[in-house]
Design a protein around this ligand. Structure first.
Ligand code: SAM
Ligand code: SF4
Length: 355
């Protein structure tokens, strides 16, 4: 294998001395370290039809009251304003985006704005029969989460749902042209790490890009610990012993993308690893998020948010919204700090933030 143990150089951004505090009327979404933000994740709901062990507790989940959830009109407005100040890629997420009614027309709203990339992350339940409508509405592609290829294990990890409909969703998405299909796999030590080679074989057989994600301290139950994390370097080593891999060179790859990409040297497809815990890639991060209840988050792990809902509902102008987006980005810290001794988990877990 041609990979090294180091997945990616951990880039801490350099502080720019010239980066002035942003105003409402000027410039793109740039932070104090010169990172220009072009990628917006929009969570449209904090609800979900599954309860994956690494994401939501089995019971007792407190959802935001519906009155606090931003309407599609409000979300569309934020997206349009963000597009006007440099956002070129949008991803719809949640919770589970397919559980909110009217998704297809929201996709059409985003498509009309004209983003270069319009994607959605979904657990795939129910996608098979909606993939064509979503593609017709203007969705470009989907990431489908699937943590096991074993029908008996799949519902244990996701605490509900079954594998066949998710595989059918991948087929339907492909048929509808929602490509490339990316398959998100959260690797959990002792639970599904014995399927790493099966997933690599799946990537080779199907041409789908399997992305192995390190388990992050964002589970709703608060059970995360370091011993449950399978480091990306180990995942690559396991695969590399079976099939030779080579990094996708930077010119073919988006340096701000969270996944480090590798292709099989025999031309049989591609995989990715997302080494958030063991090899943070904050130095190239260009992502910001809007939660379903209308807060701007500049990092998955941020302890602070910038509220937007009241501004939207109290007659705030487009310039006011742009200013909030710029200020939120400007306040971004250089890194997520997971590996710092004083790291505190954010109050919200993954399904409430929008992964
Ligand atoms: N419900 C959709 C789904 O499962 O794809 C979209 C929302 S989900 C929060 C987005 C992504 O976050 C999924 O790929 C999921 O596997 C991932 N995820 C959730 N909790 C995680 C955790 N604690 N660590 C790493 N990834 C996580
Ligand atoms: Fe739901 Fe997605 Fe979280 Fe699983 S990962 S519980 S499908 S939001």
């Amino acid at each position: 294998m041609t990979t090294t143990a180091s997945v990616r150089v951990s880039l801490q951004p350099r502080r720019s001395r010239t980066q002035a505090e942003p105003t409402a009327n000027s410039g793109s979404l740039v932070d104090r370290f010169g990172r220009v933000h072009r990628d917006l994740r929009i969570s449209i709901t904090d609800r979900c039809n599954l309860r994956c062990v690494y994401c939501m507790p089995e019971e007792g989940v407190a959802f935001a009251p519906r009155s606090q959830i931003l309407s599609y009109e409000e979300l569309g407005r934020v997206a349009r304003i963000a597009h006007g100040i440099g956002v070129t890629r949008v991803r719809i997420t949640g919770g589970e985006p397919l559980v909110r009614r009217g998704l297809e027309s929201f996709v059409a709203t985003l498509a009309e704005i004209g983003f270069d990339d319009l994607s959605m992350t979904t657990n795939g339940i129910g996608l098979a029969r909606r993939a064509q409508d979503l593609a017709n509405a203007g969705l470009h592609r989907v990431n489908i989460s699937c943590d096991s290829l074993r029908p008996d294990r799949f519902p244990k990890i996701r605490r509900s749902g079954e594998l066949p409909p998710v595989l059918a969703a991948m087929d339907a998405a492909e048929k509808a042209g929602l490509r490339p299909i990316k398959v998100n796999v959260v690797v959990l030590a002792g639970i599904n790490d014995d399927e790493i080679l099966d997933f690599a074989a799946f990537a080779r057989d199907t041409g789908r890009v399997v992305r192995f994600i390190e388990y992050m301290p964002l589970d709703g139950a608060g059970n995360w610990d370091r011993s449950s994390v399978v480091p990306a370097a180990e995942i690559l080593e396991t695969i590399g012993k079976r099939w030779a891999l080579e990094p996708v060179v930077p010119s073919d790859s988006d340096p701000s993308a969270p996944a480090t990409r590798y292709r099989f040297t025999d031309g049989m497809g591609e995989i990715g690893v997302i080494p958030t815990v063991t090899e943070p890639f904050c130095g190239t991060c260009d992502r910001l998020r809007i939660t379903a209840d209308g807060a701007i988050r500049n990092c998955l792990f941020a302890s602070q948010e910038t509220p937007l809902r009241e501004l939207l509902r109290s007659g705030g102008s487009d310039d006011d919204v742009a200013r909030s987006l710029r200020r939120a980005v400007y306040a971004k810290l250089p890194g997520h700090g997971i590996n710092d001794p004083g790291f505190l988990r954010p109050a919200r877990s993954m399904s409430m933030i929008g992964g």
